[in-house]
Design a protein around this ligand. Structure first.
Ligand SMILES: [Zn+2]
Length: 72
């Protein structure tokens, strides 16, 4: 008789390689997701050009809408 509630937040976050733009300045840690980069690809902090890169970021998972609570 296991009647455990579903705890979705216990799932470990899935990391997925995401395209980003990283500042070329070694002392500048700024980076943005590709979709948030400005058109001229300038660093939001020091205005230096940014280079395209890949960063492993947690995937935003959509909550499951399945409600299969059928019991036989
Ligand atoms: Zn910068």
């Amino acid at each position: 008789m296991a009647d455990q509630p579903l705890t979705e937040e216990q799932a470990s976050p899935v990391l997925e390689p995401t395209p980003i733009y990283r500042c070329k300045q070694p002392e500048c840690k700024a980076w943005v997701r590709e979709e948030y980069a400005s058109e001229d690809k300038a660093c939001p902090l020091c205005k230096e050009p940014m280079a395209r890169s890949i960063k492993h970021l947690p995937v935003v998972q959509k909550p499951k809408r399945k409600r299969s609570s059928k019991k036989s």
